[in-house]
Write a protein that binds this ligand. Structure first.
Ligand SMILES: NC(=O)c1ccc[n+]([C@@H]2O[C@H](COP(=O)([O-])OP(=O)(O)OC[C@H]3O[C@@H](n4cnc5c(N)ncnc54)[C@H](OP(=O)(O)O)[C@@H]3O)[C@@H](O)[C@H]2O)c1
Length: 306
């Protein structure tokens, strides 16, 4: 049986790195990882690497034509929500033009296209959300992701869109922070942190999301899938659970509401996903947050970051 050739974008990112590790030794798969600039994944064997800035249409076309993948998993994006709000042109370029370039570059071989999107497509008034719920984006970032979704849906390709939220995990290179690492490090350094009480999310272990992407590719899944952790909770509860897990003093965690934070980009208050479709059709089985924290702890320890 011939191997499924999968090309991933953004392989230096959090999800991208997990996909490289999840796929590089998979015997059913031939992997092409692509990212901006140098390959920052420590392990360099078991896959091909191409430097590919998605805003460079000619480069995208030539890399895609060279490899002609059966499947593209598009993880790259400008993911800093406030930076997108402050620089809408950059956001449009990274999150929308990039998708146009990818779609234009694969006209002649029609791969299965898997796009990664976000809970921020919803307004947060009625979570947890199912795949059938209407989108209503509140920010520049969220609108760019909705626009990208529409491009993919109307591309004429076979497509899947995996929406996710609040991904946590440990990367190979620079320590990319997330709510778990930030909470732990801050309290250990004796710093008080303010954490939001009125935004509800289902934190998602990066490895779980990568597994869902891999299953979507292998099963040639089509349609929208909601992929997140199962437990939906106020963000402050994530920090409290981290403190509990590591035996840290919870009094360093101070509550704050969204309105008093004054962030440039508006956030949906209560998202959370109904994940039964992903469980049914992708065999998705997310870890609990407690299990996820234990996995992070183990990864940080073995990499000498604790
Ligand atoms: N993180 C979350 O909590 C979250 C929540 C909901 C949805 N999502 C979605 O999930 C996906 C993966 O997120 P993530 O957390 O893995 O993101 P990430 O760690 O921020 O990685 C994104 C990657 O995209 C790359 N990138 C940006 N513009 C590019 C371009 N023009 N050409 C090539 N690469 C480019 C970045 O490259 P550099 O490293 O060179 O900057 C970065 O490595 C994204 O689509 C995001 O919108 C994330």
């Amino acid at each position: 049986m011939s191997k499924l050739k999968i090309l991933i974008t953004g392989s230096n990112g959090l999800l991208g790195q997990k996909l490289v590790y999840g796929l590089r030794n998979n015997e059913q798969v031939e992997l092409v990882a692509t990212a901006r600039g140098e390959n920052r994944v420590f392990e360099k064997t078991g896959y091909a690497y191409e430097s590919m800035d998605l805003t460079d249409a000619e480069k995208v076309k030539s890399v895609l034509e060279k490899h002609r993948p059966d499947c593209i998993i598009h993880t790259a994006a400008m993911t800093n929500v406030d930076a997108c709000e402050l620089d809408p042109a950059a956001c449009e370029l990274q999150n929308v033009t990039a998708v146009k370039n990818l779609l234009a570059g694969c006209k002649s071989f029609a791969p299965h296209f898997i796009d990664i999107s976000t809970d921020f497509v919803f307004n947060g008034e009625a979570g947890p959300y199912s795949e059938e719920d209407e989108v209503d984006p509140l920010s520049v970032y969220a609108r760019s992701k909705v626009e990208a979704e529409k491009l993919v849906m109307n591309s004429g390709l076979k497509w899947a869109i995996l929406r996710t939220m609040i991904i946590y995990g440990v990367t190979d290179d620079v320590q990319r922070s997330n709510v778990i690492i930030w909470t732990k490090n801050s309290i250990e350094q004796g710093k008080e942190i303010t954490v939001i009480t009125d935004q509800f999310r289902g934190p998602t272990l990066a490895e779980d999301l990568a597994d869902a992407c891999i299953q979507a590719a292998l099963r040639k899944a089509e349609g929208i899938f909601h992929v997140s952790g199962r437990e939906v909770m106020p963000i402050i509860d994530i920090s409290l659970m981290v403190a509990e897990f590591f035996g840290l003093d919870k009094s360093f965690i101070k509550p704050i509401t969204t309105s008093s934070l004054n962030q440039p980009a508006k956030r949906p208050l209560k998202t959370g996903f109904i994940i039964s479709k992903a469980e049914r059709e992708l065999g998705y089985k997310p870890h609990s947050l407690k299990e996820g924290i234990a996995i992070i702890e183990e990864q940080m320890r073995t990499r000498g970051r604790m």
